[in-house]
Design a binder for this molecule. Sequence first.
Ligand SMILES: *Cc1c(COP(=O)(O)O)cnc(C)c1O
Length: 430
Amino acid sequence: MSEGPTYGFDTLQIHAGARPDPATGARQTPIYQTTGYVFRDADHAAALFNLQEVGYIYSRLTNPTIAVLQERIATLEGGVGAVCCSSGHAAQIMALFPLMGPGKNVVASTRLYGGTVTQFSQTIKRFGWSAKFVDFDDLDAVKEAIDDDTRAVFCEAIANPGGYITDLDAISAISDDAGLPLIVDNTSATPYLCRPIEHGATLVVHSTTKYLTGNGTVTGGAIVDSGRFDWSASDKFPSLSAPEPAYHGLKFHETFGPLAFTFHGIAIGLRDLGMTMNPQAAHYTLMGIETLSLRMQRHVENAEKIAKWLEGDERVDYVTYAGLESSPYHDRVARICPKGAGGLFTVAIKGGYDACVKLVNSLEIFSHVANLGDTRSLIIHSASTTHRQLSEDQQRAAGAAPEVVRISIGIEDADDLIADLDQALTKATA
Ligand SMILES: *Cc1c(COP(=O)(O)O)cnc(C)c1O
């Protein structure tokens, strides 16, 4: 099908990027379980390797099943192209890779998925890159953190662990002024709830492991390009604007225009970093995306109901859900994620660390799992698990205080989830 602006989200989540298989007529997208593709002749092979013709060479770079997923995610996000890869963390490295270099830094929000904090504060140092973490609600601090070596600004749309909402319009105004790309991790919101490109994002990254696949089966990631950034406006992004020795001096931005970042991600990123998604994973994620809007509606509906119930319970100290009127982020919902504040929040339990541990042990429907964005409801007590190596001060700064649990609300019956929380809270606070 040809996508036009006239098709709605529910239509595009099923059809974008896909057409009946040209060889067999298969209606569902086949899993092209192949590593290689036969070239028509030697000239065809040469044209493909020179990037003069687009086609399939080898599945580390491109695969027809993954190509459908890439086009579907790009369409849902309103981008010009996307590259899929092996995990959300791979997507983050793939997004930064063409922008950064030794001595360069990324200015990142303090409110990020725990694994991203570790990747940015520790591991990227091995490449000579660094991250400067600042509170993205303090716009002056964001401006001040940007220096001559900054190459990107990074945040989450609906941020971990508390479901905080980032003011993407204000942050993109700052990155635009500085001539820098804004990278938004849209994992917790999904394009159904938030479309960061409409708020000025240059690139959108995803852990497709979460809501896009939706039921906790495969890991994957994606980088979507808005196609709007002028990589040649300064000399800051030579990977995209200057001649590339590995392709006979080809300049990606000059040659591919708005698709420069996407082509670079495949022709250099996947080729040399090899963080490739496999076609089975792409299949599961395509199946998940077909029902994305339906699931997100239920995630939001359940989260609103359960957060409200928890907030009114005397055994609970506070709830951080931005969908609640008590949240300082409530005002941003209508502007940034008008279809709802997602399914993720934290809850502080009276009785502290011990009560949280008992709560987690007493729940029957909720699973104690280090994942989110599943059809199943999930809970984690960060202070005794993912954040247990940190001091209490560090735990509090990360939103993982000892008395706090993080909840990812699933799409089960809300009343069953409330009953489960009720019985577990009784045991936890007895
Ligand atoms: C899970 C997650 C990641 C990392 O994704 P993986 O697929 O686990 O590598 C990054 N950002 C957010 C917001 C996440 O929830």
